[in-house]
Ligand binder design. Sequence first.
Ligand SMILES: Nc1ncnc2[nH]cnc12
Ligand SMILES: [Zn+2]
Length: 331
Amino acid sequence: MRDFLKALPKAELHLHIEGTLEPELMLTLADRNGVHLSYDSVGAIRAAYDFSDLQSFLDLYYQGMSVLRTAQDFEDLAMDYFRRAAAEGVVHVEMHVDPQAHLARGIELATVMEGLGRARRRAERELDLSSALILAFLRDRPAEEALDLLERAAPYWETLDAVGLDSAELGHPPAKFAEAFQRARSLGLARVAHAGEEGPPDYILEALDVLDVCRIDHGVRCLEDPTLVERLREEAMVLTVCPLSNLRLRVVERLEDHPLPAMLDAGLNITLNSDDPAYFGGGLLDNYIACRRAFGWSREVFLALAGNAIEAAFMDEGRRAELRDRLAACR
Ligand SMILES: Nc1ncnc2[nH]cnc12
Ligand SMILES: [Zn+2]
């Protein structure tokens, strides 16, 4: 089964590029840039990754990215991840990037975007890995800052596929960002938002109605509202679910208790994703394998899930047709 899951052409639709920073690279970059870390070994860093909730993770996530300073660092970060992803059968990656977290520590938007842009072009050429870029707004920062970021990103609008909404969810409902999402829409950008990870089902509803999103990131709390589930099913709304993330952030205590099987039974349009693989104990293949262990799903289920991701991806139709064929060859 592992070989089958590895060979599936997998598309990763929910990934934070800063969440791919492995402890080894964190130490290398800290050394290269003279950044002081409170850890001196890979073991010490990994030992700190014992999270109690989303906020306890975010605190370390924002701390970890302090080693990223130059365009070369962002290129190395993304290439390091792209190589690992390609080796586990990932063929397409859609990455969120959190520029506000970098601007706040004096790193220019150009530094971030140029480094990531170089890595994306190299991945296409060297690894046959296609990608999309999602400009994420930090929901625990002021709404005006999100609008300002979107305007500052004008030189890069062409390279963006969507805007997203991430960071601390509770107390920061989607409607706070109505204006920034409206502006993104007017620019022809797609919209996605984290909702229903820790936040209530109402946040999912608001993301649909106010932000006009085409995908909900996480969405696992939707089952608490049967009317919402029915709507998500009718609209075939894509949910980018991240099982190992939910486990490590204690959304569920055991993977066996995860709502994924119930979400599938409800007829929802599910995709599997890794969120922040360096922090949550595995990449996309590990998430597929963990689901096989926890739920005993058949090959047909994984073929369907991999297919959902290919259909929902921001990619040109030529690439989609190619990946559909590659998936069909796995049957
Ligand atoms: N799982 C997550 N939820 C919200 N914001 C994030 N930023 C990085 N990972 C995130
Ligand atoms: Zn996420």
